[in-house]
Design a protein around this ligand. Structure first.
Ligand code: PHB
Length: 250
């Protein structure tokens, strides 16, 4: 692909444009995209036109731009994440019917927990998780599970970096986090009260694939006052069901 005078390729520029869209910023003007992607105006107008023509971006009536359905369609084609979500959904619905709060499925993606699905009861408590959104691995229950069973290089990378205090009870001390991860592996689940927001408790368990390796985390988010035993039991049952379903789907 042609390189610009600054040395970035056309692919780099496209990625930079697409990455200006976040879960909090889903609609932008072309000028905003250009500023956030640090691209010259002529480049960004030309690239956005090309991406709209290809369906990867869409324009609304006010000429503002959002990610296109075609991007979603291509991303889900043959996706392991979609297969996992489909295998997990019946069990997630059972957990949700029983616990009546929030039930979520997350995978590890670039050192963060990426959420593939979230089911919520209309009267459920607070929850900052979004589908296709991310949470830090050291501060969310799903993240703690993914970290505890993740590659040792990931654990060392996370433990070596500053651990941001997201909420009053986030674990920010590396030695304490190391102890918590060992505890998660011993118990097979984590209960994380006030780790990412003061008012909620996250409860998460590992989901194993057909070969027995941990491929995801299944979690519920409860108001702080709700006891966690029923959620732990429901999640462990659901994770075992998902593993069986994945084994049969091979
Ligand atoms: C958690 O997984 O620990 C968690 C996630 C979202 C919340 C609260 C807790 O809003």
């Amino acid at each position: 692909m042609a390189n610009s005078p600054s040395g970035d390729s056309a692919t780099d520029r496209i990625v930079r444009i697409l990455e200006t869209f976040t879960s909090d910023r889903t609609v932008q003007t072309v000028a905003q995209i250009g500023r956030r992607a640090a691209l010259p105006s002529s480049t960004v107008y030309r690239q956005v036109d090309a991406l709209v023509a290809a369906g990867l971006l869409e324009r609304d009536d006010e000429q503002r731009v959002r990610l296109g359905m075609r991007l979603w369609e291509l991303a889900l084609r043959g996706s392991d994440a979609l297969r996992l979500r489909q295998a997990a959904l019946p069990s997630m619905e059972r957990v949700q019917a029983e616990i009546r709060q929030h039930t979520q499925l997350a995978v590890l993606e670039h050192d963060e927990a990426l959420f593939l699905e979230r089911l919520s009861h209309p009267a459920a408590g607070a929850n900052i998780t979004r589908v296709a959104g991310r949470l830090p691995v050291h501060a969310s229950s799903s993240g703690l599970v993914l970290l505890a069973y993740g590659p040792p290089e990931l654990q060392e990378r996370v433990l070596a970096a500053p651990l941001a205090r997201v909420a009053p009870e986030t674990i920010t001390d590396a030695a304490a986090l190391r102890r918590t991860l060992a505890e998660v592996r011993t118990r097979g689940y984590v209960v994380a009260p006030g780790s990412i927001e003061a008012v909620s408790t996250g409860v998460a368990v590992p989901v194993r694939g057909a070969a027995g390796d941990v491929i995801a985390a299944l979690s519920v988010v409860l108001p702080r006052t709700v006891p966690t035993d029923a959620a732990i039991a429901a999640l462990l049952r659901a994770a075992a069901e998902i593993r069986t379903r994945l084994a049969h789907a091979r």
